[in-house]
Design a protein around this ligand. Sequence first.
Ligand SMILES: Cc1cc2nc3c(=O)[nH]c(=O)nc-3n(C[C@H](O)[C@H](O)[C@H](O)COP(=O)(O)OP(=O)(O)OC[C@H]3O[C@@H](n4cnc5c(N)ncnc54)[C@H](O)[C@@H]3O)c2cc1C
Length: 296
Amino acid sequence: MKAAPFDYVRANHVQHALELLSQWGGEAKLIAGGQSMVPMMAMRLARPVCLVDIDRIAELKQFKLHSDHVTLGAGVRQSTVEHSAELCKALPLVAQALHWVGHQQTRNRGTVGGSLSYADPSAELPLASLVLGANMQLESASGGVRSVLAPDFFLGPMFTALAEDECLTAIDWPIWQGAGIASSFEETAIRHGDFAMASAACQLQVDDHGKFTRLSFGVGGVDGTPLVFSDLAVQMQGQTFNEETARELAHLAASRSQPGTDIHANADYRKHLAAVLLHRVLWKAYQSACKSFRTH
Ligand SMILES: Cc1cc2nc3c(=O)[nH]c(=O)nc-3n(C[C@H](O)[C@H](O)[C@H](O)COP(=O)(O)OP(=O)(O)OC[C@H]3O[C@@H](n4cnc5c(N)ncnc54)[C@H](O)[C@@H]3O)c2cc1C
């Protein structure tokens, strides 16, 4: 199919894009890399009256490393992150997640902000943003700038806290500091590059006795949004892990998910998959964090 007729305006700067969104009053949609928007329009699942192209706005393409966080402009391409040694070092979980996002060609066009705004429950970057506690900067012509933390940003499948006249302009990603940090991202998809049937992500920090000082983990593709298990993570503070306790934690977390059934897998299978993947990331990251003390 071909897209329904639409107007097209290329915004020159953020304020220009915000004014256009405000003028069109909900009839306009932003387009960044177009990797989700164009297929949606071609299938007529999206029929914007006007497309506001933000892909050439220089302000949205910038990123900055601070001592405790990285600010990524929403328009930074996914491939820019995966090919930047400094960003991968600061945000190892994001680098691991990107490995699973589509294909090199889609990552060359797709933006970090586009993936977060699209909010597919199976998408990797929303899960990574929840696990790391990313902070989204939203901007509108009328309301100025507001910050929304990842758990308050993802409200349902393809549904976020973004208002019709708002643009996601930047994302602050916390950098974990100190020794004994490791992360892991795993997923199962029908083919590599497809959206995940289920995915799991974890970042943790241990002391030199293998006791948790910090833990954050979550799953994607098995509920309306990715899920993060902050209460379970807090309970692990000061404790050590073995393969069995990692499995128990994974099963407990996965039992909270509410996956759907489709032609690829039923709900029970997806829940099982979530538990398996969670166990894998928890145990892998824990072993690698403990090992980091032995190799230094
Ligand atoms: C073959 C193929 C495979 C794919 N596989 C995966 C996969 O495995 N995992 C995955 O996560 N994605 C996958 N995708 C989807 C895609 O790569 C990402 O979702 C995409 O990168 C989104 O970024 P974009 O810049 O292209 O967004 P666009 O397509 O331009 O926009 C997506 C949505 O976000 C909105 N939007 C974009 N930028 C902003 C902003 N700054 N502020 C507010 N709203 C905004 C748009 O209005 C639109 O609704 C795949 C796509 C293709 C074509």
